[in-house]
Write a protein that binds this ligand. Structure first.
Ligand SMILES: Nc1ncnc2c1ncn2[C@@H]1O[C@H](COP(=O)(O)OP(=O)(O)OP(=O)(O)O)[C@@H](O)[C@H]1O
Ligand code: SF4
Ligand SMILES: [Mg+2]
Length: 649
């Protein structure tokens, strides 16, 4: 197998590729970050840069900017440059702390509203909307009037409480989009807890938006503190750029011609605000489009070893009995699965074939309780190792899925969260079912990767570093992680090229034989199906019309539909010639079908019989069942020769 190397990253490349990389990819965000860093360094080094005390009025008042006092002095004789250095500390603290608290509140509420929806979502949404329509500054003034005297942290609290709503709104709408992604559905169905899904699956995908929110609220906090201080509501005993403005206007600095006293903190606030705004826009412009293309998904089941029809106790592993399933549509039900009965033995590889739209996927999903609305099971039974899957509670289902069975489908690779390392995602499925020992998790993950033909060092990769085939293998590894008894595979490799498909299938088969897993396998590739399967079931118009050992289906099909299907695909060996399709179309599954569903297309139909009665599904030879009047003991003698003529055509 061709291994795709994961590029070794230099520290600089790592920084660019990591979460902080978004700042370096945007010139605006970089400018903002550099300005803030500079201000922070100056603020931290204040005692080294200036030997003056920012509060002591030891100098002559109203000194103009000059050599002794770079930015002049205040009416109280304080050095303005020193005040700017020390004031930056609290101004930055207020900006960053308020930004963090508001962002945390907004993120928690936005994500909760999106994840849970329903009443919880509505209540959070209503509260958010109320905060959004309340005018910001008056609200700030009222709340801070109540908390007056509480110091800087009271200011931070007030700003945070009034500044979270916009972030919550944005987060909710982004998270709603994410909530419907395949990998989130996959996480839900593998039994991950809501908290884990929110924090581990959704949060990393929203990191850019959350970062942009943080910078936006930090900007709001810096401006709000300045506004509150300016009107005397802030803590004016502390030196911030806002309180400097307050004292400047209280002492009529501009009337005294001391423009520097107003200009310095005013410019400082403007520059800091601009830096936060740059970061906000820069991060937002990069992370928003990125959040639009996230993951893909997959699900897998498990199985057993060598084919036999029943286990030692004579029981099938999976037993589907009289299953009726389909879709509830505004124009009535679509009965995509009609009275299907099918058994899968422990360790058996059962192939499911049939034209597009005949109900293969619906059968697989309905029998494993994975059929999403508008899909529904109308009746029947599906038992796995004796357990009736159709009557399990959601909690029981959560425990059963992945542990007892799993599903891999064509788009399965989409269940991989693009921003979480492959290793963690392999661990997740096992952890959700109680395996927590790190040594065991790692050993099992490596073993699984080897099983499906991936070098274990790919555990360190992110999904985007892998090819489609590799991702599908990862999902298959995840599906095998808990050694389920059954793995349902619905065209798991159709999106991949033929060589990769075959490789993966061969590896799956080896795993099946080694672990004794049963597999239900759906594909349009009949040659692959005949090659891999122990037994094949042929579906037509929602019904299983024939089932038999794979070789028998290939060499001696009995149902006219199977016969046409087998002649419609190239032989397993010899020259590849162009084959005919089957003329006509299957009947609509939205209607009642009277008689044999293949009647309209069947060249050997029996008028007066096939169009008025439904042929029973009869075992014509051990392990070979057919639903066709030609195989019915009652009509067989009359048409036997005709049927054989058709088969030999
Ligand atoms: N959401 C839906 N609403 C209504 N009808 C649906 C829906 N999904 C599928 N169907 C119908 O159910 C029938 C069976 O579909 P299903 O996907 O199970 O077929 P399939 O054999 O898996 O086909 P394919 O080989 O193309 O995957 C089809 O006629 C299809 O049109
Ligand atoms: S039951 Fe009749 S119509 Fe149906 S496949 Fe058999 S011969 Fe053809
Ligand atoms: Mg399908």
């Amino acid at each position: 197998m061709t291994a795709i190397p994961i590029a070794r990253l230099t520290p600089l490349a790592w920084l660019r590729a990591g979460p902080l990389g978004v700042i370096w990819r945007s010139p605006r965000a970089t400018t903002g970050a550099v300005i803030i860093l500079l201000i922070a360094v100056l603020a931290l080094l204040a005692p080294l840069i200036s030997s003056y005390d920012p509060s002591s009025g030891a100098f002559t008042p109203w000194i103009k900017p000059g050599v002794g006092h770079l930015l002049g002095t205040t009416a109280l004789g304080q050095d303005i440059f020193t005040q700017m250095l020390y004031g930056a500390r609290l101004t930055l603290l207020i900006g960053i702390a308020s930004g963090l608290i508001s962002t945390a509140i907004g993120t928690a509420l936005g994500l909760t509203a999106a994840y849970y929806g329903g009443r919880t979502g509505e209540v959070i949404n209503t509260v958010t909307n109320i905060f959004l329509v309340l005018p910001g500054l008056p609200l700030l003034i009222i709340v801070s009037a109540f908390l007056r005297g509480g110091g800087v942290w009271a200011i931070i609290l007030v700003i945070s409480l009034t500044g979270w709503a916009w972030g919550a709104r944005v987060l909710r709408s982004q998270a709603l989009t994410l909530r419907n992604r395949d990998f989130i559905h996959a996480a839900v169905s593998t039994g991950e807890s809501p908290a884990r899904i929110i924090f581990k699956e959704m949060l990393p995908n929203l990191a850019g938006i959350i970062a942009a929110n943080f910078f936006g609220t930090a900007l709001y906090a810096v401006l709000s503190e300045a506004a509150l201080s300016f009107i005397g509501i802030g803590d004016v005993s502390k030196v911030t750029w806002g309180t400097m403005l307050y004292w400047a206007q209280a002492k009529n600095a501009l009337l005294q011609g001391a423009w520097w006293w107003v200009g310095a903190p005013g410019l400082g606030i403007a520059v800091l605000g601009m830096a936060f705004a740059f970061l906000n826009f820069g991060v937002d412009e990069i992370s928003n489009p990125r959040s639009n293309h996230a993951g893909k998904a997959t699900r897998v089941l498990r199985r057993k070893s060598v084919p036999k029809v029943v286990d030692a106790a004579g029981l099938p592993l999976m037993s589907i009995q009289h299953l009726d399933a389909g879709y509830v549509t505004p124009s009535g039900p679509v009965r995509a699965v009609r009275d299907v009965s099918l058994d899968v033995a422990p360790g058996e590889f059962l192939g499911l074939a049939g034209e597009s739209g005949c109900g293969k996927s619906t059968l697989a999903f309905a029998a494993t309780r994975l059929l999403d609305a508008p899909g529904a099971v109308f009746g029947g039974e599906a038992r796995l190792a004796g357990q009736d899957l159709l009557s399990l509670t959601p909690e029981e289902l959560r425990r059963t899925r992945w542990k007892d069975y799993s599903l891999v489908f064509q788009a399965s690779m989409n269940i991989l969260n693009p921003v979480i390392k492959v290793r963690e995602q392999v661990y997740d499925a096992m952890q959700a079912h109680g395996v927590h020992d790190k040594t065991k998790l790692e050993a099992r993950a490596r073993e699984l990767f080897e099983l499906v033909g991936i070098r274990p060092d790919y555990l360190d990769a992110f999904p985007h570093q892998l090819s489609g085939g590799m991702k599908q293998r990862v999902v298959i590894a995840i599906a095998l992680a808990l050694e389920p008894k059954l793995v349902v595979m619905d065209e798991p490799t159709t999106a991949l090229d033929v060589v990769v498909q075959r490789q993966i299938l061969q590896e799956i088969d080896q795993v099946r034989r080694r672990l004794g897993i049963s597999i239900i396998f759906i594909t349009h590739d009949l040659s692959l199906l005949v090659e891999m399967s122990d037994r094949i079931a042929i579906m037509y118009a929602g019904e299983v019309v024939e089932e038999a050992p794979a070789q028998q289906i290939y060499t001696a099909p009995k149902h006219p539909y199977t016969q046409r299907l087998m002649t419609a695909f190239p032989p397993l060996s010899g020259a590849r010639e162009r084959r005919e399709g089957i003329p006509g179309r299957p009947p609509s599954l939205a209607q009642e079908i009277v008689g044999c569903p293949f009647y309209e297309r069947c060249a050997v139909h029996l008028p007066g019989t096939c169009d008025v009665k439904k042929p029973a599904n009869v075992e014509v030879e051990p392990g070979h069942r057919v639903a066709c009047f030609l195989q019915s003991p009652a009509v067989k003698p009359a048409v036997y020769q005709e049927e054989h003529d058709l088969a030999s055509d």
